[in-house]
Design a protein around this ligand. Structure first.
Ligand code: F0G
Length: 482
């Protein structure tokens, strides 16, 4: 990906690839869209893909593969045990992270399950920069507790700090002192901090956390699912990383950790996951769990074709031009939104563009689920599927109270190498239109509320007939357009 300047003076991200396989999309008329979102219980997870124009739900498992990845899939070595394909993947991970052992899992949360089963006990505390939904679910399921130690700037959506995923070192020292190092089986660092808008952590901060952890003999673990974008930001924003290649930065980061796990649905342009680890004893403990929960040690629930694709995808992740594509598209969106007065998380992060629903819809409160309401509105206004990342994604407390999320975001994910710039411009246009008519958007309430991970399958209804009025306005403003 290159940022080029047009003759007009405009600066535009330019795709450094061409599209050779395509999938046809359809865009339903607005009244159909209004009906489909109601049928889906006002939950974008429950929409059908055939009813969606731009699927910006996630970057997970939907990144475009390259010709080289597809070619590698054809020569996968299909065997239950001892597959050459597995050894190629193992070798590639060893080459980029420098860790001795690798355990394959079917996806990222499966790695989290193995890690939690190995280290988490009732009463243990896991400090981290910020939680991810599935990570927290595994830790709390086993009686552990999460403490979030992100710098205060990380939760201020408009703050310009270049590394909003950084750990507050004073909070970390205080947390260890209060809980006792013996109750902390590991410290978790999430690269490209997902739930605060794909915001990166700096190499300098990682080194400082590593020093504190290792002085006290605490394991330091990285969730590298969103490392790709984080590497790009280190390269762009951290002066000492400017002269380094992505491969060199990766190694400098990895050298600080004892364990690195990842979802290959994001990291490696594939589908799958795994755990890289230095310590042989812990590797042996986890090995047993992998064979019980995932599959034999040389596939762990992944198909050999996927493993080949990840091996090539990891090499592509080390390519400066390729890793720039996602963040540059996202930055383009963020800049256009700022120009048009739409509140977004800044600076532009990885994974997607995050619209600040709390500011977008100041007339709603957190328990009206503003980010979820905005997600429904984006579907009605453009067939665009985003993801709620706010109060609805939180779990209720054991006493039934509902905590308001620290940030209330609509995530418009930008799967890597998938969309063209005109599609991105369309998404921007429809969100800007919604912002002009924001007073039409009302709240949602549950009609079916699952106990765990309720955002996945919960069903809601609008608190008034606002969706009808929004569709009417759309019909009026775009009489000749879908
Ligand atoms: N960790 C992080 C930081 C993630 O973003 C995800 C998934 C996981 C772990 C779990 O990995 O899905 O392979 O089991 N994030 C997806 C998303 C679901 O849409 O942001 P998984």
């Amino acid at each position: 990906m290159a940022q080029v300047q047009f003759f007009s003076g405009e600066s535009v991200p330019l795709e450094m690839h061409k599209v050779r396989v395509v999938q046809k999309l359809s865009l339903l008329p607005v009244w159909e869209r209004q009906k489909r979102i109601a049928e889906a219980g006002n939950n974008t997870f429950l929409l059908k893909n055939r009813d969606i124009f731009l699927d910006m739900l996630t970057d997970s498992g939907v990144n475009a593969m390259s010709d080289r990845q597809m070619a590698a899939m054809m020569i996968a070595d299909d065997s239950y045990a001892g597959s050459e394909t597995f050894f190629r993947l193992e070798q590639k991970l060893h080459e980029i992270f420098g860790m001795d052992y690798f355990l394959p899992t079917h996806q990222g949360r499966a790695a989290e399950n193995i890690l939690a089963e190995t280290y988490v006990r009732p009463g243990t505390v896991i400090p981290m920069n910020f939680h991810f939904t599935t990570t927290k679910a595994h830790i709390t399921r086993l009686g552990g507790r999460v403490e979030e130690l992100i710098i205060d700037e990380g939760l201020i959506t408009s703050h310009s700090h270049p590394f909003k995923g950084n750990v507050d070192l004073n909070k970390l020292r205080e947390c260890i002192e209060r809980n006792g190092a013996e109750n902390i089986p590991f410290i978790r660092i999430e690269a490209g901090t997902n739930l605060i808008g794909g915001q990166p952590i700096s190499l300098e901060n990682i080194e400082a956390v590593s020093k504190i952890a290792h002085e006290l003999g605490i394991i330091l673990l990285m969730d590298a699912s969103l490392l790709q974008d984080n590497l790009f930001f280190m390269h762009e924003r951290e002066p000492r990383c400017k002269g380094m290649s992505i491969r060199q930065i990766t190694r400098a980061v990895a050298d600080q950790f004892d364990i690195i796990y990842f979802s290959a649905r994001k990291f490696g342009f594939g589908r799958g996951g795994g755990i890289c680890i230095r310590n042989r004893k812990d590797y042996e403990k986890m090995r047993e769990l992998v064979t019980v929960f995932e599959g034999f040690l040389t596939y762990g629930g992944m198909s050999v074709r996927e493993m080949e694709a990840i091996t090539v995808g990891l090499d592509e992740t080390m390519d400066e031009q390729i890793v720039a594509q996602g963040p540059q598209f996202i930055e383009f969106m963020v800049n256009e939104f700022i120009k048009n007065g739409v509140p977004v998380v800044t600076p532009a992060g990885g994974l997607g563009c995050h619209v600040n629903a709390r500011e977008f819809l100041p007339h709603l409160n957190s328990h009206d689920y503003p980010a979820a309401a905005l997600a429904c509105a984006a579907y009605i206004a453009g067939g665009i599927r985003g993801m709620e990342r706010g109060t609805l994604s939180e779990q209720r407390e054991p006493d039934g109270t509902e905590p308001a999320a620290a940030v209330e975001l609509l995530r418009l994910a930008v799967p890597r190498r998938v969309f063209t710039l005109s599609q991105i411009k369309y998404a921007i246009d429809r969100i800007v239109w919604l912002h002009r008519h924001r007073e039409l958007i009302g709240g949602l309430r549950f009609i079916e509320e699952p106990r765990v991970l309720r955002f996945f399958f919960g069903k809601l209804e609008p608190t008034s007939d606002w969706q009808l009025r929004l569709a009417e306005q759309y019909d009026k403003d775009f009489p000749n357009s879908l």
